[in-house]
Ligand binder design. Structure first.
Ligand code: IPM
Ligand code: MN
Length: 359
């Protein structure tokens, strides 16, 4: 197939990790006989520096004209003192909103070679296989009124039934194709929007008789997530809770640098690692490219409908981790590698896959 992909490298380690993911996508195109074209565009701090706007019109136009968008990361200390509209993060939030991306999928699995990479006990984390579904275009991130002065500040947490329903359906659908368990995380003992959230989920449940639904309060779920992660399958939650819990869940996998995401719901999907721009290691060939490479796999699967191609990328990542290669963030990687060397190894595995060995 022919596909046009907009690449938003962004700030910090963004350019380094997207370069490796683009190379992997090119390897996929070669092996499977597709033609992918890549268009670079500015977002975040890089866009602020170039144009004063963290999401220039040209970037949005390019994204809208693409089959999928691959993003690195945005943000950094250079822009921390800017007013909100000129902060890198505003560019990303506006992009998600403008593309209508209300469902953010964040899979968290524990690779058998990395069971010791987590500070948690191997017997707690092994076999973890979670899919977070984070609501992405509502809640506190976008709620009005919002205001700031040095004496008082306001944020608002609104949700409507249709907003909850559409993201909950994504979670139910995923659960019915996975292990058929859905936990919806809220704070219904305190928040009205959480009461609505719970009601909407319960109202939908009869339409998915094969899915077992459970509700959890976010505080106790935060504990359950790292004490008994294997008890959960699909986790549905609102925007801010999902932001926090998915970083927490990265502890299970062994590093934030491993985890990908897919933002869906509009006509073009956005695919990005869940980690930030890591300014402290930017430009040093130290960033873990795997989160972005696995985001490219999600782009193939969810953005372009190319399942075998997505599996080829995931297989190449799996083989590299099994062979003990990894960047410095992976505690106990037997063969430490830089960003480029690790990316190259994965790309070579896409070209010439090694037979999977049983685990
Ligand atoms: C994420 C990030 C973003 C978010 C920031 C950069 C706006 O933390 O994708 O998890 O909070 O959604
Ligand atoms: Mn986050």
């Amino acid at each position: 197939m022919d596909a046009h992909i907009t690449v938003l490298a962004g700030d910090g380690v963004g350019p380094e990790v997207t370069a490796e993911a683009v190379a992997c996508l090119s390897a996929v195109a070669e092996r499977f006989g597709h033609r992918f074209t890549f268009q670079d565009a500015l977002i975040g701090g890089a866009a602020v520096d170039a144009s004063g706007d963290p999401l220039p019109e040209a970037t949005l136009t390019s994204c809208r004209a693409s089959h999928a968008v691959l993003l690195g990361a945005v943000g950094g200390p250079a822009w921390d003192r800017h007013p909100r509209a000129q902060r890198p993060e505003s560019g990303l939030l506006r992009l998600r909103k403008a593309l209508g991306l209300f469902a953010n999928l964040r899979p968290v699995t524990v690779h058998p070679a990395l069971e010791d990479a987590s500070p948690l006990k191997p017997e707690v984390v092994c076999g973890t296989d979670l899919m977070f579904v984070r609501e992405l275009s509502g809640g506190l991130y976008f709620g009005e009124p919002r205001s700031y002065s040095d004496d008082a500040a306001v944020n608002t947490l609104p949700y409507t039934r249709p907003e909850v329903e559409r993201v909950a359906k994504v979670a139910f659908d995923l659960a019915s194709r996975r292990r058929k368990r859905l936990v919806s995380v809220d704070k219904a003992n305190v928040l009205e929007t959480s009461r609505l959230w719970r009601k909407v989920v319960d109202d939908l449940a009869p339409a998915y008789p094969d899915v077992a639904v459970q509700h959890a309060y976010v505080d106790s779920f935060a504990m359950a997530l790292i004490t008994r992660p294997r008890d959960f399958d699909v986790v549905l939650t609102e925007n801010l809770f999902g932001d926090i819990l998915s970083d927490e869940a990265a502890v299970l996998a062994g590093s934030l640098g491993l985890l990908p995401s897919a933002s869906l719901g509009g006509s073009v999907g956005l695919f990005e690692p869940i980690h930030g721009s890591a300014p402290d290691i930017a430009g040093q060939d130290r960033a873990n490219p795997i989160g972005t490479i696995l985001s490219a796999a999600m782009l193939l699967r969810h953005g372009l409908g190319l399942e075998a191609e997505a599996a080829a990328v995931e297989g190449a990542v799996d083989a590299v981790l099994r062979s003990g290669h990894g960047t410095g963030d992976l505690q106990g990687a037997r063969h430490p590698q830089g960003t480029r060397a690790l990316g190259t190894r994965i790309r070579e595995g896409i070209h010439a896959p090694v037979a999977a060995t049983p685990r």
